[in-house]
Design a protein around this ligand. Structure first.
Ligand code: GDP
Length: 300
């Protein structure tokens, strides 16, 4: 929590403070509620969740009458948590039901932090005593395989790669095969995220998924979204959700944005949980998403 708070405040994440300041005004008139709404929208909370949040807050503040700062903080905390849907199961699943390795596919638009996230996740799993194989199926971006392999060497995971511009599905297949043969615990597959055409993306990711599933059940398809891209991230999320069944979201670069509200918007949009958050470029900068810690960091 301390680290999360430090990272979020480094990016001047002013959402919580802004809301508390507005709520503490003596007269909560329509203008103030509008300002509260604007603050939420500016932080990328999204239109519908914002309306619900404001409605709830309005009703509860009205009941309260006089308000102490502690009461206001409590209200805001509860309402933010409600909207974050804390009952989601947020653990990244890597335990295959069969005698095969757990398979995790990492998808998302290039530049969102896919490869970095795959490397960081490998580090967490290796530190957990797991034997990890990395599949460098992002053959579109020239340096991606090198980058993943560097991560692999750093954290102690083998990387399976193919020729530049090679077939992503065949590399994914090779990685799964190696994982099975070596008795690995988890295979993480980094994929390419070209968004030029939806059919192209669909063909490629669909093929990777089909080939993998012929050999082992897929445990997770994690969608990586860059928190700094705001509403654009939501558009990406929609496209990917049409192409593959996303099971969890990784929100990267939360350290570089004052728009933490995207967590709320994207969960609402896809109906799947944010499971991990990226808080920097370093190896240890991937954290499980914990709604309570997140809200506490947000409202200080
Ligand atoms: P990919 O094309 O999606 O595989 O993206 P990369 O993994 O190469 O990441 C793109 C850039 O974002 C790199 O410079 C990463 O170091 C950086 N990056 C990734 N995750 C985070 C994060 O959580 N915070 C910050 N500040 N930078 C990140």
């Amino acid at each position: 929590l301390v680290r999360l708070r430090a990272r979020l405040s480094r990016s001047q994440n002013a959402l919580g403070k802004g809301l508390l300041t507005l709520l503490a005004r003596e007269h909560l008139d329509d203008d103030t509620w509008e300002e509260i709404e604007d603050t939420l929208l500016t932080a990328d909370v999204g239109v519908q969740p914002t309306q619900e949040l404001v409605e709830q807050l309005r009703a509860r503040v009205k009941v309260l009458g006089t308000r102490t700062p502690a009461e206001l903080r409590g209200l805001l905390r509860e309402e933010l948590l409600k909207i974050l849907v804390p009952e989601f199961d947020r653990a990244v699943k890597t335990d295959s039901p069969l005698d095969t390795p757990g398979i995790v596919m990492v998808v998302g638009v290039n530049g969102t932090g896919k490869t970095t996230t795959t490397g960081k996740l490998a580090r967490v799993l290796v530190a957990d005593g797991k034997n990890v194989v990395l599949g460098a199926a992002d053959t579109f971006r020239a340096a991606a395989a090198d980058q993943l392999q560097t991560w692999g060497e750093r954290v102690g995971a083998r990387t399976v790669r193919g020729p530049e511009g090679g077939d992503p599905a065949s590399i994914a297949f090779d990685a799964v095969k190696e994982g099975i043969e070596e008795g690995a615990d988890v295979v993480l597959i980094d994929t390419a995220g070209r968004l030029h055409t939806k059919t192209g993306l669909m063909d490629e990711l669909g093929k990777v998924k089909r080939v993998v599933e012929k050999h082992a059940p897929l445990d997770e398809i994690l969608l990586v979204l860059d928190a700094t891209t705001g509403q654009n991230g939501l558009v990406q999320a929609r496209v990917f959700a049409e192409v593959v069944d996303i099971t969890g979201i990784v929100l990267t670069k939360l350290d570089g944005t004052a728009k933490g509200g995207i967590v709320i918007a994207v969960q609402r949009e896809l109906g799947v949980p944010v499971k991990l958050v990226g808080l920097g470029e370093g190896a240890d900068d991937l954290a499980p998403f914990e709604p309570e810690a997140f809200v506490d960091a947000l409202i200080g």
